[in-house]
Design a binder for this molecule. Sequence first.
Ligand code: PMV
Length: 315
Amino acid sequence: MPAIYAYAPGKVILTGEHAVVYGRPAIAVPVHEVRVRAAIQANPTDSKGTVHILAPDISLDTVLNDMPADHPMSIIFREVQKELGIEHLPALTLTVTSTIPIAAGLGSGAAISVAISRVLSSFLGAPLPEESISRIAFETDHFYHGTPSGIDNTVISYGRMVFFIRGKPIEMLANPLAFTLVIADSGKKSLTGKVVHDLRTRVEIDPARYQAIFDRSEIISRSAREAIEQGDHTRLGTLLSDNHFLLQQLAVSTAHLDLLVKTAMEAGALGAKLSGAGCGGNIIALVDANSAKSIASALRSAGAVNTIITTVPRS
Ligand code: PMV
């Protein structure tokens, strides 16, 4: 029996990270240049019904029953089985590979959950809808970081640009004019859970100061939505740079992220900011498609360990 496959893209946050944890809107886009691939092969000759899990990128070679109940892998299997009302699994081998850098703000944890839920539900004969896939990825995101807003699982499950407010219905954004982003990896790993937790400590000490920053972030995300819907990339670029300034005030930027943002602007970007939790990870720069390669090259010269050029298509 041939193996079956499913994929899930990476993502970047255009505007509103951190503020989104506090109920403000954020905009995120899928990044299809990097992805998780999950494959399932049935093992009909295995009469014991072993569920074998392989993730060669992280040297994982194990059996589902040997994994702790709160491990994301156990949660995904349990949740998919619960959704489908299937108690016993047939023997199978799940192989997960990924080109999404880990702990870099590109959504690798949510993408792993999405790809596995997709392939497992298809393998079991009942592909789950996006809504269920997203919910399962949200459950597993708690493992990586205690209080996820839900934006990662949403944008990755639906594979479309989203305007997201925690607890509100998802809104897909219309995009009349394709735009190009350069994503540059600072090379420093960043654990979202820790950055979000540390910021929460600062917010609790001085709530008024931080709520004011989150209010400004909300204005930026709502204005960015308008700029996208009007195809006004000059304005969108300015808003991204304004958002970086707010993220600096939240103390989640670093000298290297600031340098990468400055480098992108000097090389001709329309706007640039850190993207994701910060304290490492990636920056994004909004660029003219024609200058994407030269800006990516300037960013690598400034110490970015990797760059990705992605286009957010018309929709
Ligand atoms: O997973 P990251 O690093 O892209 O961060 C997600 C964005 C945050 O707003 C910082 C956290 C969240 O749950 O929304």
